[in-house]
Design a binder for this molecule. Structure first.
Ligand code: AHR
Length: 498
């Protein structure tokens, strides 16, 4: 069997494992909202219509931040359509998803949901068809204490206290030709800068995200970020990144190596942002908001959109395999490894739409395969992320060339002494991983959970076919990583095992 080695030392600090790395995304798209988080009349729904089963799974998933209301949807959205008496809300065409938006769910419902789920809201403003004024109006409605038309309207709608939403996205994917209101980098950069300046006048405590590229393969990638940041650097706190990895072509070696691409993407966005900082003589460093990432079988999208206008049609309800769970686990390892420069990350999306949680309208909700690595990472990546540099075998992939077979990250909880090691074997043979823990004496492994790649999926009928498998905890720091598997190995001091 091949061997790999990694040294884990508390001196190799990257930064705190920020809870905001475990974010998710609720878009008015398909059945994410309607039939997902919100379904009046569902047996588990509360009087407002919030599905209790989805809320419970959201809490179990360990989601920290939830981005709302889009996505492509936000670029044609009028936020004020979604407030006030439900019966008075207009039905509108949603151009992004060729759907009819009823507006039965809006900001006020989302905030009740976010509180019940225990998540921080992250709002996006429409910079596709709208601009500075509408963004400021929305912020005033949400965050101003009272005594103005919009803040008093919020109070009239039942929210006496301001929502105090701190995280705001300045539009969505405006670099993409598919986006309603698509812009050049200069057009967007100017608008984002002006919107940011005005929003900070309304509420200086907000943190703002400028749109980066929709993915690393965009023809404008890097030039877009450079131009947008030339305009916005002093006004914003984050630059966004989005990426989806498509397993449709069946090239398992490549899809398992997707994190190699995400890693390079992060490195390149950081370099681009730092170059603008250097040029503008700025010492403040921006972080990345990786506010859309996931696996997505994209071949289904054109057929999904080739339909008549419908309310909440089932869109891109991908059923994920165990292999996809291994990929998601590795993408989380990558986000953690960049915890010094990635400040927010949102898996897209939360329910039904390429989501860890699936539902049947009027029926059950269940955990997809990708739910498990997310939930376990969110639960156990607590403390300080430690840099690990595994040495060991590598293998060839069609998409990314030769890649290291083993990817790892470690998170050390300095308070309890607990250590969580996340490790993926991307190759197709078992590998013996040797952990050098001499810098953390006295730790004992008490849990090893693993998900091995494969075609198995979780469905309404078989919701637990893919779950993490407990393996014997390793002794002497020797961990067997099964071929193509995601692994969590937890260590603690013997008196503190849990
Ligand atoms: O998450 C699905 C869509 O993917 C989002 O609406 C958009 O921002 C991205 O292209």
């Amino acid at each position: 069997m091949d061997t790999a080695k990694v040294t884990i030392d508390p001196a190799f600090r990257i930064g705190p494992a920020d809870r905001r790395l475990f974010g998710s995304f609720v878009e008015h798209m398909g059945r994410c909202v309607y039939g997902g988080v919100f379904e009046p009349g569902h047996p588990t729904a509360d009087p407002l219509g919030l599905r209790g089963d989805v809320l419970a799974l959201t809490r179990e998933l360990g989601v920290s931040v939830v981005r709302y209301p889009g996505g492509n949807f936000v670029s044609g959205y009028r936020w004020e359509d979604g407030i006030g008496p439900t019966g008075d809300r207009p039905r509108r065409l949603d151009l992004a998803w060729k759907s009819v938006e009823t507006n039965a769910f809006g900001l006020d419902e989302f905030m009740v949901w976010a509180r019940a789920a225990g998540v921080e809201p992250m709002m996006a403003v429409n910079l596709g068809t709208r601009g500075v004024q509408e963004a400021c109006d929305l912020l005033e409605y949400a965050n101003h204490p009272g005594g103005t038309h919009l803040s008093d309207l919020r109070r009239k709608h039942g929210a006496e206290d301001p929502y105090d939403i701190r995280l705001w996205c300045l539009g969505n994917e405006l670099d993409g030709p598919w986006q309603v209101g698509h812009k050049t980098a200069d057009e967007y950069g100017r608008l984002a800068a002006e919107t940011a300046r005005a929003m900070k006048m309304v509420d200086p405590r907000v943190s703002l995200v400028a749109c980066g590229s929709s993915n690393r393969g965009m023809p404008t990638f890097a030039a877009w970020e450079a131009t947008v940041l030339e305009h916005t650097y002093e006004h914003v706190d984050y630059i966004s990144a989005h990426t989806y990895y498509d397993p449709t072509d069946g090239d398992r070696a490549s899809i398992l190596a997707s994190a190699v691409d995400m890693d390079a993407f992060i490195t390149e966005v950081v370099a681009t942002a730092d170059q603008v900082a250097a040029k503008q003589r700025r010492t403040r460093r921006l972080k990345i908001s990786f506010d859309e990432w996931n696996v997505w079988y994209q071949q289904g999208l054109p057929a999904d959109l080739d339909r008549d206008w419908a309310e909440a049609p089932a869109l891109i309800e991908d059923t994920f395999t165990a292999t996809d769970a291994v990929v998601v686990g590795d993408l989380l390892i990558t986000l953690l490894r960049h915890a010094d420069r990635v400040g927010v990350a949102c898996q897209a999306q939360l329910a039904n739409v390429i989501a860890p949680i699936r539902t049947v309208t009027g029926g059950p909700a269940w955990r997809q395969s990708i739910f498990h690595p997310f939930a376990l990472t969110a639960r156990h990546a607590r403390g300080t992320v430690l840099r690990t540099e595994p040495t060991g075998p590598s293998h060839d992939t069609a998409r990314y060339g030769r890649v290291p077979s083993v990817d790892t990250v470690a998170v050390h909880d300095e308070e309890t002494g607990a250590l969580a090691v996340f490790a993926v074997n991307r190759g197709d043979t078992d590998i013996q991983l040797q952990l050098d823990l001499r810098a953390l004496p006295g730790l004992v492994a008490h849990e090893h959970l693993s998900i091995a790649a494969g075609d198995a999926t979780n469905t309404a009928e078989t919701p637990d076919r893919v779950t993490p498998r407990p393996l014997s905890p390793p002794t002497a720091g020797l961990v067997r990583l099964e071929a193509a598997s995601w692994n969590l190995i937890r260590f603690a001091h013997p008196h503190e095992e849990r």
